[in-house]
Write a protein that binds this ligand. Sequence first.
Ligand code: ADP
Ligand code: MG
Length: 239
Amino acid sequence: QTISRSPLVLEGLVKNFGGVTAVAGVDLEVASREVVGVIGPNGSGKSTLFNLIAGMLPMDEGRVWLDGKEVTGQPAWRIARAGLARTFQIPSLFDNISVHDNLMAAAVESGDWKRAPHRAKETMEMLEISHVADNLASELSGGQQKLLEFGRVCMRDPSVILLDEATAGVHPNIRRIMLEAIRRVRDSGATFLVIEHDMEMVREICDRIVVMDAGQVVAEGSFDEIADNIEVQKAYLGR
Ligand code: ADP
Ligand code: MG
């Protein structure tokens, strides 16, 4: 049996909540430095898919490989240590410590002490939040909190990054900073799977798009291929 060395491989993922099948057999392989967008109407299973990949929900069926190593059924912390990092729709930060210390805390989780101060500085520069380094996370705007959460992900130097609506509802300036940061982190070697509702953002950052509806992948392709796809139009018109 050939073992794929792709950063992320999903095989037959299934998740039921009582009578509701949230994820109904998803297969996906993401190549190194690829940015794959996951789109689909509300309730189509996108966030549940992320929770299964990250080990934050037990799956009913399926297997997951990270960098060629199977992580199926492992706890979230172990999958994180294997190289996966994620953001949430609502940022999960330490509200009562500074921006700088939020980044340092992320480095503690990954155990890379020596480079942490330098990395924190670089990360704040990349995300244009150096001027609020000493502010509490709770004092940031919603958009800045999203940038900080992405910064915490970057501090851990993950191989695979899952972003759940990284730019939903943010100011265009924050959106631009996030977009450029994603490109930079991708260029430095990371692979992305992103849930995104902003189709302009999808067009700008995604190499490939996967369309979900009712827990299944109903279409897959480049932005232009997807935009012409009738199933996709149905899924969105039916929202
Ligand atoms: P999306 O992120 O695409 O909006 P979700 O993954 O959040 O979709 O939800 C997919 C389906 O699973 C929906 O029908 C939702 O109601 C259901 N669901 C999600 N999480 C839970 C849960 N913890 N318990 C029960 N049902 C859930
Ligand atoms: Mg969701």
